[in-house]
Design a protein around this ligand. Sequence first.
Ligand code: NAD
Length: 466
Amino acid sequence: MTDVLHVINPATEELLEEVPVDDGEAIAQKVSRSRSAQASWRDRPFAERAACVRAFRDLLVEHQDELAATLTAETGKPIRQSLNELKGTPARIDFFIDHVPQVVEPRIMYQDPANALPGTAALEEVLSYDPLGAIANISAWNYPYFVGTNVFVAALLTGNTVLYKPSEFATLTGLAIAALMKEAGVPEDVFTPVIGGGVAGAALLNQPLDGVFFTGSYATGMKIAGAAAQQLTRVQLELGGKDPVYVCEDVDVETVAPAIADGAFYNNGQSCCAVERIYVHSNCYEAVVDKFLATVQALKLGDPTDPKTDLGPLSRRPQIDVLQRQVQDAVDKGATLRCGGHPVDRPGWYFAPTVLTEVTHAMAVMQEESFGPIIGIQRVSSDEEAIALMNDTPYGLTASVYCGDRQRATRILQQVRSGTAYWNCCDRVSPYLPWTGRGHSGYGSTLSIDGIRSFVQPRAWHLRTV
Ligand code: NAD
């Protein structure tokens, strides 16, 4: 009997759909077909591959309302934010279409004319880039369009075939993406969905692959790296974070506190680059906390299909227990619970937005990724103390400093281990810059020129005339 995935609406706990899961045999066949299809996809002119990807981009725009509704139904993401994600995706695709050719086109690195020395042949040394081959993209549910296209669009444009395993919590979105790829003219074996949860992901990794691109948690990332090592498959890991913000004493509290609250609570805090820890200089601590609390308490929690809703349900029920444990641990160790701290008494997996002050690094809320609507705010008395605390984490995804002086901010940020550094902003991503982590946040890059190079390997040509 075929296994099925039960797709549940986190806002209502109703069953949305039962989707058949791929078993090991089906996955093996998909990988085999993907490998066979790769050479002809690679050999198509770039303009043809780009035309398919552009058609996919246009279909995303055409269907954005229904795609956003599906994303909201299966993840609980507020509809306004689902639409924001869909509206933000085409610009990323355009970046890749515009930049792949200039990154991968062959270039002459060195030349000797014939008879440079009497009787010598002409020599050219050329650098070119080949696609990796058939790659697996094992993806997360929190931003399936952003984190998905960062990988599979760049991979397709550079001539790879893709086995795309959406998260089991964004399966309907994954299937919609696959259907639009097909409609856009991407051959079925060039972009292949693999449906299922961790078991399907693990079965995919047992197959011969030329690259594994993973977005997800540190715990799963460790398993992925271990499995990929068995075949020495190239692997890239985009993992979690415990991203800090430091607020200096010279900021405009009225604008900064709401901006940080948005960074902490957007998508219910379920962003890899969500603000997860806040350090505030003691000279503005009370003012920042007051404005921050006022902002959080004004957030509208409710039905994610309502365009006015700021906070929907959590996408996964087990996260409620994680958050409750973090709150209890913090309170037990002396933190002050300023708001929230409990599930909301209504159907669905809702958790009240939670702010804790007087927190310390002895508390899990300042150490472990929360991935939910909860934040700790800690008072600091100097930049040096802030730097030490910001670095007191195995993660290294983003870090942010709010202050009036760019030199001071960059001096601080240079001393913090992170892939991304923000001055007077947070929780933002640009296609022009690499998205990359350090430590437990993973390795490798997507987006930017570096993120295109992730999907190719260099080839060195030594070309003599005779
Ligand atoms: P997850 O690790 O639970 O799952 C990610 C994917 O891995 C899913 O598709 C899942 O089915 C698959 N999987 C699970 N076990 C597997 C196994 N043993 N072998 C192969 N595949 C397996 O993560 P999630 O809950 O989907 O996403 C949340 C996490 O992702 C957070 O930690 C978040 O910070 C991180 N994230 C990071 C980025 C980034 O760019 N750095 C972006 C988005 C999310």
